[in-house]
Design a protein around this ligand. Structure first.
Ligand code: ATP
Ligand code: MG
Length: 652
């Protein structure tokens, strides 16, 4: 087969597939007909999804695309996001239904019904008003995973303030730049939260950031850990201000295009971008996809998404989607290994979680820790599993299905981005025979393609660039304050199409497999090789838990493949030896062909990851090419890079 520089090589052959369980298929929320229905009338299909919500005023036009790439959805419509997530369920008689089973890391718990949530959100909304926050103002939220986080977001939405949630683990510098970029008036924070068995302070970071931000008028502080904090004039305690407010507040309808939130991307490929989402289209998209992709039955399911709300997955699938659908969710504050490595499985057992949504990085960590840990817990309540954040290696997918889902549960691999607002490409658990490692098909209503360098669709069996060919309701409206960057980043590479920045291939059936970032693609002897396929080949070796590969300049081949590998817990000592490294290189060559054989393999204890758990290959490329290391502000643990650099000279 001839290879050109315009296409991505398609090396990995995966033949396993898992049909949906008959019982689930028979009662599925979305059936195969939905694809035809949406294809026949795409906008009509989305309008039908918008009817899941309660609108104060109906829209005049479904989509205004007269000024691309600036789209408007449900034009002229009015609604309030907080009303849709909370009040309407109470009005429907579901006030006593549990919205969140919250579990603190130390083991303390809180149960919030929809009626509780309504009272808490109303009080917080009244408190924001007392602090002078008004419709259109921006509020930065820097909180641990405690109930006050969704409450604060909903309180903002209720009064029309635009929230900007910043990960509780970010530095004061990262917080400061996000506050300044959004010109936020208020920061909501806490004294701290619990991580790895002890209090982890947040307030000092806020104090440092706020000392240099001209726009902040007040800092609203939740008391969580009770640790001592410095008190400044602009500080207000949540427990004083919010607790004394009235629990009555009437939500004001907002225009469908009213800015709901700004959220910065994970920063995997460079400086994070402030993504702007609005109200009606976004809420439609997340409510629909949360119901369709997880087959949510709000009366009986207990749903848990293990993401942090500081990441888009948490916004869409812990807060807005589940609440809009009236779901009962679990929310957990801490780390998966506190007090022991079975904590997550214990939470699933305890709350009888039936739908579980997590990231490949977590799954690979559990593989590394060993099968015997989840095996100790009763996980029989589970019926649908989901994955998001990175391509899931087929081995990790099968491990997840077997060890967590007992070989029964469908696994939905969901592709989307901060920018898309909600899930775009994913199997449907009651319809799709899912292949491990494939995101499969665009959801009904979504139009995606894999194109070559010229923007032409690649044939089945070919690889190239993933694009979205039609606007969608949850799409970002712009990069906050930077329309030019919005156009340049997403809409300039291919005329009239949204460029996602990800490589992908279509298999012989036309199903879509994500192949990693286009920026990370390696050009080896004239072949474009995806990082994902080589990593998946490495992970398919029984002694490998995690792998990251990058292309490093090579005098002979242009670029050569350099791999960083974390061994599985059970792998033993021999993984450092030359013999084992040779075996691994041969394993890759056997799986993918000699072209994909790594030049170097390095055993490392950890990989550099973003706070949302994604591997930051650009930093590994810096190491492999002996450059100074680039922007690390979104790195979860900065010491990881030192550990890896130390390893380099001994590389085989
Ligand atoms: P930045 O844009 O700042 O570099 P980021 O792209 O990591 O950061 P996110 O919006 O959190 O920020 O992540 C979206 C990206 O995550 C996608 O573009 C894709 O590369 C990857 N991704 C998410 N889900 C999947 C999936 N199911 N399969 C493959 N890749 C995925
Ligand atoms: Mg991105």
């Amino acid at each position: 087969m001839s290879q050109s520089q315009e296409t991505l090589s398609n090396l990995l052959q995966e033949t396993r597939s898992f049909p949906p369980p008959a019982e689930l298929a028979a009662a599925a929320n979305v059936t195969a007909e939905a694809y035809d229905e949406a294809a026949a009338d795409r906008l009509g299909y989305w309008a039908k999804q918008a009817d899941r919500l309660t609108w104060s005023k109906r829209w005049d036009e479904i989509l205004d695309w007269s000024n691309p790439p600036f789209g408007k959805w449900f034009v002229g419509g009015e609604l309030n996001a907080a009303y849709n997530c909370v009040d309407r369920h109470v009005e429907a008689g579901l006030g006593a239904k549990i919205a969140y089973h919250w579990e603190g890391e130390p083991g303390d718990t809180r149960t919030l019904t929809y009626a509780d949530l309504q009272r808490e959100v109303n009080k917080a909304a009244n408190a924001l008003l007392e602090l002078g926050v008004r419709k259109g103002d921006r509020v930065a939220i820097y909180l641990p995973m405690i109930p006050e986080l969704p409450i604060s977001m909903l309180a903002c939405a209720r009064i029309g303030a635009t929230h900007s949630v910043v990960f509780g683990g970010f530095s004061s510098e990262a917080l400061r730049t996000r506050i300044d970029d959004a010109q936020a008036k208020l920061v909501i924070t806490a004294d701290g939260g619990y991580r790895r068995g002890k209090p982890s302070a947040l307030k000092p970071t806020v104090d440092e950031a706020v000392a240099q931000t001209p726009t902040i008028e007040h800092v609203l502080v939740v008391r969580r850990t009770g640790e001592e904090v410095a008190e400044n004039e602009r500080d207000v305690w949540w427990q004083d201000l919010v607790e004394r407010q009235s629990d009555q507040h009437t939500a004001e309808p907002m225009d469908a295009e009213h800015p709901l939130y700004i959220l910065y991307t994970s920063g995997t490929t460079g400086k994070p971008k402030g993504i702007l989402h609005t109200t009606g289209g976004y809420l439609t998209h997340v409510a629909y996809t949360h119901s369709a992709v997880f087959d949510l039955k709000p009366e009986t399911d207990v749903y848990w998404c293990s993401a942090d709300i500081g990441w888009v997955t948490g916004h869409s699938y812990i807060v807005y989607g589940p609440l809009a659908n009236g779901a009962t969710s679990v929310m957990y504050e801490g780390t998966p290994d506190t007090p022991n490595k079975g904590r997550w499985w214990d939470i699933i057992r305890k709350y009888k979680v039936s739908i579980f949504y997590t990231a490949p990085t977590a799954i690979r960590t559990f593989m590394k820790w060993g099968d015997d840990i989840p095996a100790q817990y009763d996980l029989s309540s589970l019926r649908v599993l989901g994955s998001v954040g990175e391509p899931i290696n087929p081995e990790a997918y099968v491990w997840y299905r077997e060890n967590i889902g007992a070989g029964r549960t469908p696994v939905v691999d969901t592709w989307w981005q901060t920018e898309t607002g909600g899930i775009m490409i994913s199997p449907l658990p009651g319809v799709t025979s899912a292949k491990p490692g494939a995101a499969m098909r665009p959801l009904p209503g979504v139009s995606a393609e894999v194109v070559d360098d010229q923007g032409e669709p690649v044939p089945n069996g070919g690889g190239g660039f993933l694009v979205l060919t039609e606007p969608w309701p949850g799409m970002l409206r712009t990069i906050w304050g930077d329309d030019e960057r919005y156009i340049k980043t997403y809409w300039s590479r291919f005329e009239g199409k949204y460029f996602a920045g990800d490589g992908a291939k279509k298999d012989e059936d036309g199903d879509i497999w994500l192949l990693g970032r286009v920026d990370d693609v390696m050009l080896v002897s004239g072949h474009n090789i995806s990082t994902t396929e080589v990593e998946s080949a490495l992970v398919s070796h029984p002694k490998v838990a995690e792998a990251a590969v990058v292309g490093a300049t090579d005098p002979v081949t242009g670029q050569a493949i350099v791999s960083f590998v974390i061994p599985r817990g059970s792998a033993g000592e021999e993984v450092e030896g030359a013999e084992f490294l040779a075996e691994l290189r041969d394993h890759v060559a056997r799986t993918l062909g000699p072209i994909a054989k790594p030049r170097q393999i390095m055993m490392v204890p950890e990989l550099p990851k973003t706070r949302s758990g994604k591997i930051m290959r650009r930093l590994l490329r810096d190491v492999a090419e002996n450059r100074s290391i680039g922007d690390v502000s979104t790195l979860a643990d900065s010491t990881v890079m030192d550990l890896i650099s130390e390893k380099l000279p001994s590389a085989k």
